[in-house]
Design a protein around this ligand. Structure first.
Ligand code: NCD
Ligand code: ZN
Length: 348
């Protein structure tokens, strides 16, 4: 009997962009509906680089939560060349920081203030290893001479492998992996190593950006790769290996900012991310493994409890792909599979 209904503990999103102000208010309900917690990325303008700034951002998020929601935002510190290990330590001790994010300077949206050389983080990484604060990495080299499709693989060899060796007890998450090389690194790496995988990288390959024309809504960073890489990501996601878990990288930009001479990187998938993951696991014949990927492995890596409450997903006849998401600033295009969404969450 094919499974058409699935109940799992409330999932968490271990990589999310919520933005601020009107955009935050508009997109937060989409995540708060389907996820119990989320690791909130700090790449605001200006970036969230101190415990005080992260605490204030957390309050702005909490103030906008729908009535009765017990969604929990987990805050991250945006690492720079000047991050103060004492502030990081104090922020972690106060329960403000759950992790810290390493953006190589200039690697992606609002990453200009990121780290110019990982060597500059020596005292910060020693502190994080000491207190058990996870390091979340945007794993792409910023060397303009490196082909954009090779930037993850080059970063792994040149930067991540030595980092993994030098800080053997540091918890490391390679965020939004997009390559077979990323999968292989995470499978084989010594020490506490994990990766998040997005719904879009499970569903599209790089052809989607060029289908009968240029498709700015299919552009994100790291950019989607060849089909062999998508297949490697799908195999990793459904493998049951607890090193791979859910992180949507939902990253809203206004349609006007994407449909532009220099369109922004990022896809907004929060409204149907959970349905997309269910669809992928179903297509792979591994629905029974969605629970680990979505609700258990990330919590275990971060040392947090699994949620008591549950969500139920049902398989439908197939609904048309999602539409635009309205915000006071203008519409945001929602990422969804091209044909139809075959799963949806039963209303709580
Ligand atoms: C993200 C954003 O818009 O903040 N964009 C993206 O393409 N994923 C930044 C990031 O995670 O790289
Ligand atoms: Zn991201």
């Amino acid at each position: 009997m094919p499974v058409d209904k699935l109940t799992i503990p409330m999932p968490d999103d271990w990589h999310l962009h919520l933005r601020d102000g009107d955009m935050l208010a508009a997109v937060l309900p989409a995540t708060a509906r389907d996820f119990g917690r989320a690791i909130v990325m700090p790449n605001l303008k200006p970036p969230v680089t101190t415990a005080a700034a992260a605490g204030a951002y957390r309050e702005r998020i909490r103030a906008l939560l729908p009535a009765g929601s017990d969604f929990e935002p987990l805050m991250t510190c945006y690492l720079t060349d000047n991050t103060d290990p004492a502030d990081l330590r104090a922020g972690a001790a106060a329960g403000i920081f759950t992790a810290a994010k390493l953006y190589p300077a200039g690697a992606t949206t609002n990453a200009d203030a990121g780290v110019t050389a990982v060597g500059k983080l020596q005292p910060v990484l020693e502190c994080m290893q000491d207190i058990g604060l996870p390091l979340l990495i945007h794993g792409e080299t910023t060397d303009p001479a490196v082909d954009v499709f090779d930037r993850e693989a080059v970063f792994i060899d040149a930067t991540l492998a030595p980092l993994r060796r030098d800080f053997p007890a540091l918890k490391i998450v390679l965020e939004h992996i997009t390559t077979r090389e990323g999968v292989q690194f995470v499978e084989a790496a010594p020490g506490p190593t994990a990766a998040t995988i997005t719904p879009h990288h499970l569903m599209i390959n790089r052809n989607a950006m060029f289908e009968r024309g240029i498709r700015p809504h299919m552009y994100c960073l790291p950019v989607a790769k060849r089909e062999v890489h998508r297949q490697a990501l799908r195999a990793a996601a459904v493998s049951g290996n607890p090193r791979f878990f859910l992180g949507t990288d939902s990253a809203p930009h206004l349609r006007t900012a994407k449909e532009h001479d220099c369109g922004c990187a990022g896809m907004f998938n929060a409204p149907c991310a959970l349905a997309c993951y269910a669809q992928v696991f179903d297509e792979e014949g591994r629905l029974e493994r969605l629970e680990g990927f979505a609700s258990r492995f990330g919590a275990a890596f971060y040392g947090l409890p699994v949620h008591q409450r549950t969500v139920t997903l049902v398989k439908t006849g197939g609904e048309p792909p999602a539409d635009d998401w309205p915000t006071p600033l203008g519409p945001v295009r929602v990422f969804a599979p091209a044909d139809s969404l075959r799963w949806r969450r039963l209303a709580a």
